[in-house]
Design a protein around this ligand. Structure first.
Ligand SMILES: Nc1nc2c(ncn2[C@@H]2O[C@H](COP(=O)(O)OP(=O)(O)OP(=O)(O)O)[C@@H](O)[C@H]2O)c(=O)[nH]1
Ligand SMILES: [Mg+2]
Length: 208
């Protein structure tokens, strides 16, 4: 049986959400920045331990027209999460730019919103992977990697991956991490084979 999963990719403007998704789905990338104005939907598929998952990936713009970027109050009125799909079919990739402190503050707000929504609307844990993009700009890193990784992994209990959409570094890996979270709740002791569809098939590998 084919499983279906909806994944929302969120984060501040310009952190590289569209770049990550397009790198993953189409293996394409451009240095030109064209801010997304509305959510875009991508489809692809992965095989996790012989189970086929059809992925619907939602690339959600950093700022929706009716929201102020830094207002938790506005986020609490944001019903986007309710329309992402049925309760079992959602996971989140929250992206920040390792060279932009504000973008990390932004995903803190997003995460609080997801937790709040989970309390009120969801019965199950929602897989969330935090992604530090633009790893190629590590010289301009604003928060030490260790501090972020500790906070995210130990306190937030989320996966943490750094990647570079530009250089196609760890983009595939972050989706594998998310799929492990979705399928096994992030239990690292389970050997997980993840095979990807289309362009990315050549990157097939085994995550132990
Ligand atoms: N150096 C570097 N630049 C990147 C990387 N990923 C994306 N960019 C650049 O960052 C800019 C913003 O990328 P987008 O993917 O459009 O960002 P976004 O998060 O979708 O932005 P919004 O649609 O406005 O929410 C573009 O100029 C990209 O080329 C990366 O890994 N390294
Ligand atoms: Mg975009």
């Amino acid at each position: 049986m084919v499983e279906r999963l909806k994944i929302a990719v969120m984060g501040a403007p310009g952190v590289g959400k569209t770049s990550i998704v397009q790198r993953f789905v189409r293996n394409s990338y451009t240095d030109d920045y064209s801010a997304s104005v509305k959510r875009k939907v991508y489809h692809t598929a992965v095989v996790v331990n012989d189970q086929l998952y059809e992925l619907t990936i939602l690339d959600i713009p950093g700022v929706l027209p009716h929201l102020r970027a830094n207002s938790l109050h506005d986020w609490q009125d944001f019903h986007d999460f309710q329309v992402l799909g049925s309760r079992n079919e959602r996971a989140f990739i929250l992206v920040y730019d390792i060279s932009c402190r504000d973008s990390f503050e932004y995903i803190k707000l997003l995460r609080e919103q997801i937790i709040e929504t989970r309390r009120t609307a969801l019965s199950q844990e929602v897989p969330v992977v935090i992604v530090g993009n633009k790893r190629d700009l590590a010289d301009h890193r604003v928060v030490p990697r260790r501090d972020v990784a500790n906070l995210v992994r130990k306190t937030w209990k989320c996966g943490y991956i750094e990647c570079s959409a530009k250089y196609n570094w760890h983009v595939t890996f972050l989706f594998k991490e998310l799929m492990k979270n979705v399928v096994y709740g992030g239990n690292k002791n389970i050997a997980t084979s993840v095979r990807l569809n289309g362009n990315m098939m050549r990157n097939r590998c085994r995550v132990m």
